[in-house]
Structure formats: C-alpha cells, structure tokens
Design a protein around this ligand. Structure first.
Ligand code: ADP
Ligand code: MG
Length: 745
C-alpha cells in the first residue's frame, strides 16, 4: 500500500535508479512527488484552431505533422516542421535543431505551446522554438485521459526528456488513484470550512488534473482554490513554527531593565538632535521590550540614512545605566571603527564617563588580549567590534544587550551565538537592517523577531539628483566633481573591481549581478541546445578598476584634488587611515570599491559616481547612493555606464533614476531577481518552499500569519484532539525536513 511517506523507490514505475535521480531534485517520498506541481497548463480540451490565432499571444495548439526539414544555413542548422489542421498550417522552427531530426513523422499529432509570430505569408503564422509533445497514435485509455481532451498539466522535467511531463503525469495520476480517499488532511476541518478551502486530497487532484471548466487564467497564475489551499498550508506551517519560536523566547529568562529618571537623563544628555517621530516610536518599542523579563529579539528596519545608529545607542545606554554591558557588532572593520568613533563623540557629551572598547581583527594581539580582559572583568561598558570577533571569542562579565548592525546582509541571527554563562540571564538582541524588505516578508524571514520600522528620514535632507550617463560623457562628470569639491564638498567614485583584468578579483565585496543573470541556464530543458551562445558571456569584459582609475584620474581630470584609494585588499590599518582622513575632510575624492557601501557616514560628501553601474545590483546601488544626501547640500548620484547593458540592468538603472524610495526599489529587486537571489542563498535562512512564492503569495502569507497565531493561541477552538496532534506532528516534520530551520538554542 502506497502512502504519502512511502519512499519513491517503491512506487510503480520508479526503481532505485530513478529514485536516485529524483533524490537529486529533493524528491524522496510520495508526498514530494505530489507537491511537484505543474508550472503551467495547456487547454487541450479546447485546443485552438490555427485559423484563430493572433500574433503575439502564447497559444497551445494540437495539430498534425505534415513535414519536416533540416535547413543547414550558414550560421546554424534550423529544424523546420509544418503542422496543419485541415487547410491551415503553422510553421515551427528550432534553431540548432539537428537533435530533432527523425523525431517526428507525418501524420503524428503533436501538442505545441509557444508564442505566435507573424509570418511573411499573410495567412500562416510561425512558432519559434515551441515546446512540444508528440501525442501517442493508438491512444489507450490512459493517454486519452491524461494527454488530450482535458486541461493538461505541464511539469518542469525531473531529469531531461526521460522524466518529463508525460512521465510525471502518469506517475502522479496513478498515485492519486491509489491514494483515493487516503490522503490525510493536514489542517483542521473547521479552519478549512471557515476559510472556504478545499480539502487536501481534492486540492492535490485539482492542481494536477484540473476539472474541465477551471479558468485557465487562474490555473496559470496558481490562483485556483486548490492552489491557494496548498500554498496556504505551506505558509501556515511556516508561520506556526515562527509563532511558537516567538512564544518560546518570551518564556526564557532575560533582564528586566529599568527606565528611571537617571536613565532618562543619561539619554537626554547625549542626544545630538531631536529624534524623528519614527525614531521615538522605535525606541519606545525597544525600551518596552527591554523592561520585560524575557529577552528582546527585535529587528530595527530602516532605509539608509534613517538614523538607526542613534536609536541603538540610546537602547544601549539604557542597559549600561542598568549596570550591564552592551555590545555592538558591525559587518566590517571600517564600520566597526566608524561606530566606535561616532559613539565616542556622542557619549563624550555625557557627564558620565563611559568606557568604550573597540575590538577588531587589526588590533595587535597584545591589544586584543587587553580588550578581552577588560570585557571579562566588566571594565568595558560598551564593546564595539566586528561580528566574527564578538561572536566567537569574547567572554563578557555581564552582557545585557547585543546590537547587530547587519545592514543588508542576512542571516546573522541564525548563526548568532554568544558565550553565555550557565544560568545567566540572556542578553537582549537588536538587529538592524537597512534592507527595506516589505513588512510581510520581513516578518516571515525574521519571523521570530519583532519588528520596528523607521519609515521617515531625518529632516533637512534634499533629494538626491540621480542621472544615468554613458561614460562617453565622463568629462562632464569629472567637471561636476571638481565644482563640488571647489564648493567644499567631497565625493565618492566607485568601481566594480579592485585591479585590472589579469587580476583574479578575490574580493568578497563584489558579485557582478549581470554575469549571474546572463549565464544562468534557462529553465526549460527543451531549449537547452540554444544556450551555447551564452557561454561567451563568461569571458570577462574589460572593466575599469579602482586602482587604475585612481592613478589615471590623479594624473588627468582630477589632478590637483586630494584623492584617496580604498578597497578590501588594503590591510585594516590602511583602510582605517583612509576612512578617517576622508571623514575629517582631508581627502576630497574617495576612489573605492563597494567596501564603502555599508553604512559609511560622511555628511559632507555630495557626489556619488558609480562607474559600470550596469554591473551592480539594485540593492547595492541603493546602498551606495545612500552614502550621499546626508547633509543639507544638494547631492548627486551619477550612474555611469560603459559596455553592454542587459535589459534587466537597464531596468535597474531606470528605477534608480525614478525613485529614491527604498521600499519601492526593494519591491522591484525582488521581482527582478526572485526571493532566492534577493535574500542571498538558502543559508540566509530563507525557507525552501515547494508551492508558495513569497512575491506572488503575499496575501496568503498575511492570512497564514493571522491564522497561525490564532491557532497557536486557541488551538482548541477549532481543532479536535486528533487534529491538533496531527498539526503539531506535521509542524515538527515540516520544520526539520523542508525548511531545515533548526531551533536556535
Ligand atoms: P542609518 O540608518 O543608515 O544607519 P545613521 O544612523 O547613520 O543612518 O544616520 C544618518 C545620518 O543622519 C547621521 O549623520 C545621523 O547623525 C543623522 N541623523 C539621525 N537621526 C537624526 C535626526 N533625528 N535629526 C537629524 N539628523 C539625524
Ligand atoms: Mg548605519
């Protein structure tokens, strides 16, 4: 008897060999196969008449093969096939189509799916590289049932042409038949009834073999009731787990800090300006967490320049005034150093002397040792350093709060470990991120964190003028730059690489987004043969580099100005010296790689020039632009382009020119790249969904969140004992098996 958890190897038609192949696609048990959903559907119940097609549309047709020919043109072999229905015909072409020779015979019926292209002869249209399926001639019952005369599911192949749609259809169909009436429900019946959602078995059946009459538009958009139910189910279990984690955290022992007059006075003394409403609100939320006896786990989200740092400093002061230590972790040494200098400056204004310790890798061993000793003996109130250092090697006397400045790098919290003495209270944690991810997404990614948002910039900012210019107009750009320097301002020029082309460019700070896009193999296996031409894009085009341009500009267009060069391969001391000189205004123009992107704050800088802007991702561009426009003066962001610009790059640049709103840009970035790339890799903690899609399914995510917290709160209201047991069991399974998210200690 087949069950959902039966290993696929024991399914009829699958043996150990195929099971091995499937395992590579993370399909191990029957349930995995059933959740391998079609990525599109063809209406073969109402196939289109050839006379009825419109150029430009995507159409699926069933027609008879009339003839084929392999044309050997000078540039490439083209396989042509003519298909027909009665007197009308349609021509199909496949470039580099040698592999199709001998595949079709006249008289065969084929199902084709592709874009309808106008053809020179008026009546007949063309399809270029359509997807196709040869329909079996002497149709047995099963064929008639699965392939034609119905809405047919089309699947992403599980292994080339062998385990393609036809194969999957049969396997899945047989499984669903065998399991009829046996697919256990995963959600409480009352919940489904209230949400008006179909049961699990019915949903699985309907997504694989939609009943006649299901609107094609809903199917293609994964928006049928059946789809929604399966998506909801997946998100419900994600959110349930997150909800439980949040609750568990509330039960753990932390500090309950006090906010009395003494604390308030300490904060008042250091405030360099009137906080914005958003800053006040965020601090209020943070402090309210800190007063509670459970440890705080909060995410402070705010666009570049929204003023997160001072909020964090205030929160840390609360802790210090309560007699505990505070730690601030930054992603890079430059940033840690900058935070250190800024904190010193701000805290100097206090009547109390705070003991601040900087702990970075570039300190010599003797100094590191000393710093650690002071931290261990409680002779440091505020410890500032890089993630790595503080996470691993430091023993605190009495750590009360950790602030993680992770900017747009994700996943720190998952890896987050601090040495904690047994039985000691757990420190509060505040994570700061500059990535303006939409709220619902933030909540599911950082689902075990509470969220505060700085949705307001401090006053007095002038919008940044953003321009896209070709590097043929570089002269004008250098002139603008000289003018700005003459007015007493400073500028950045950013390059994608450190040195010239022979260099292997090992620097971590640059991953060219375009090479990723262009060389990623297209998804559909049937077009694999056409992808050869893309390999040439692996060749590195010549890029201007920071080092070369530093020399070049110093000798030419920017001679006479004080230039500085900054990149990740300088040692930490050198970096720090350069950064400080720039901060003090001793350098007019800082020529750099993206090392400056994270959090650098020099309000006097008014120009950001980014060369090869087409090579940068949207998030990066936005971060870089955020380095200027921090003072009252008008600022400029010049996106210089040189070389080939892909349509996606063009779209990114246009968006940068159009808007300065980080949320809008993030939204677009998410759409252009998809959640996987947007958030980085799997290790960034993004769950690996099988049916849900965080971009498409926001509404369902919101619903799942509401419903899961309701369920966790009052499970009894809508679920029987048995249902509850099954939900918890599945929750455990889902979290271990699918999301790979392990309970944080
Ligand atoms: P981010 O959120 O990117 O870390 P910062 O904390 O570096 O932003 O703040 C950006 C700049 O705005 C800093 O120069 C900071 O001093 C200034 N700033 C922050 N809050 C305010 C405020 N309420 N009024 C005026 N300036 C502020
Ligand atoms: Mg910052």
């Amino acid at each position: 008897m087949v069950q959902l958890d039966t290993p696929v190897q024991f399914v009829k038609g699958i043996g150990p060999q195929i099971a091995k192949t499937l395992a590579e696609k993370r399909i191990a048990i029957v349930e995995d196969l059933l959740y391998h959903l079609p990525f599109r559907y063809e209406d073969r119940l109402h196939p289109r008449a050839l006379t009825d097609l419109t150029p430009g549309e995507m159409a699926s047709v069933i027609a008879e093969v009339r003839g084929t020919v392999l044309l050997r043109t000078r540039s490439m072999p083209i396989f042509e096939m003519t298909v027909g229905q009665n007197l009308s015909t349609l021509k199909c072409m496949w470039f580099h189509g040698t592999y199709l020779e001998g595949k079709f015979r006249p008289g065969q019926m084929v199902a084709l799916y592709g874009k309808v292209e106008p053809s020179r002869s008026t009546r007949n249209f063309k399809m270029i590289q359509p997807q196709f399926e040869i329909l079996p001639e002497d149709a047995d019952d099963e064929t008639r049932l699965l392939e034609v005369g119905r809405i047919t599911p089309v699947y992403e192949s599980l292994s080339g042409s062998r385990l393609a749609s036809r194969w999957i259809r049969r396997i899945v169909y047989n499984l669903l038949e065998e399991l009829r009436g046996q697919v256990p429900e995963t959600l409480p019946a009352a919940l489904l009834a209230r949400l008006n959602m179909p049961c699990r078995e019915e949903s699985l059946r309907a997504v694989h073999f939609p009943p006649a009459g299901t609107p094609m538009s809903l199917l293609q958009a994964s928006a049928t009731a059946a789809h929604k139910r399966l998506i909801f189910e997946e998100l419900f279990y994600l959110e349930c787990g997150l909800e439980l984690k949040r609750r568990k955290m509330k039960e753990r022992a932390g500090f309950a800090f006090e906010t009395n007059d003494k604390v308030r006075e300490a904060i008042r003394q250091i405030l360099p300006f009137h906080p914005t409403t958003a800053q006040k609100r965020a601090l209020g939320e943070i402090v309210s967490d800190m007063r509670k006896p459970s440890p705080m786990r909060r995410l402070l989200q705010g666009d570049v320049g929204s003023g997160k740092t001072i909020v964090a400093l205030q929160a840390m002061l609360v802790v210090i005034e309560n007699g505990c230590q505070a730690a601030l972790m930054a992603p890079t040494e430059i940033l840690a150093t900058q935070h250190y200098l800024a904190a010193r400056k701000v805290l100097e204004k206090s009547s109390r002397k705070y003991r601040i310790v900087l702990l970075t890798g570039s300190l010599d061993d003797e100094k590191k040792k000393l710093a650690r000793r002071r931290i261990f003996h409680g002779e440091a109130d505020l410890v500032i350093g890089t993630h790595a250092l503080i996470e691993e090697k430091v023993d605190f006397a009495n750590l009360g709060v950790v602030v993680v400045d992770e900017q747009h790098r994700f996943g720190v919290l998952q890896r987050f470990r601090l040495m904690k003495k047994p039985n000691a209270a757990e420190p509060d944690v505040l994570v700061m991120t500059a990535t303006p991810i939409p709220r619902t997404l933030a909540l599911s990614l950082y689902g075990d964190l509470d969220l505060s948002v700085l949705d307001e910039l401090p006053p007095g900012r002038t919008p940044i003028v953003t321009k896209q210019v070709s590097d043929e107009r570089a002269e004008d750009v250098w002139k603008l730059l000289r003018d700005q320097v003459k007015r007493g301002h400073q500028a950045y020029i950013v390059y994608p690489v450190i040195e010239g082309p022979k260099d292997d460019q090992p620097e971590l700070d640059f991953a060219p987004p375009d090479t990723q896009e262009d060389t990623k193999p297209a998804k559909k296996s049937s077009t694999a043969k056409t992808q050869k031409k893309t390999t040439s894009l692996f060749e590195k085009p010549t890029l201007k580099s920071a080092t070369e341009m530093y020399e070049n500009l110093r000798a030419t267009h920017l001679s006479g100005l004080r230039l500085g060069l900054l990149h990740g391969r300088l040692d930490a001391d050198e970096k720090e010296v350069i950064m400080r000189r720039f901060q003090r205004g001793e350098i007019d123009v800082l020529i750099s790689t993206t090392v400056i992107e994270v959090g650098v704050d020099v309000p006097n800088a008014s120009v950001m020039v980014i060369e090869h802007a087409e090579r940068f991702g949207l998030a990066q561009l936005h971060q870089l632009r955020g380095r200027v426009g921090r003072g009252a003066a008008r600022s400029y962001c010049i996106l210089m382009t040189g070389g080939k610009i892909s349509p996606q790059a063009e779209e990114r640049l246009a968006a940068m020119v159009r808007t300065q709103n980080g949320f809008e840009l993030a939204e677009l970035d998410l759409q252009l790249r998809g959640p996987g790339e947007f958030f980085g890799t799997r290790q960034a903690g993004l769950p690996d969904f099988r049916v849900a899609n965080l971009v498409r399914d926001r509404v369902l995510l919101e619903l799942a969140k509401e419903e899961s917290s309701r369920f966790v709160e009052h499970a009894d209201a809508e679920a029987t004992e048995d249902e509850k047991k099954r939900v918890w069991a599945r929750l455990r399974e889902a979290w271990q098996r699918r999301y790979g998210l392990v309970e944080a200690g």
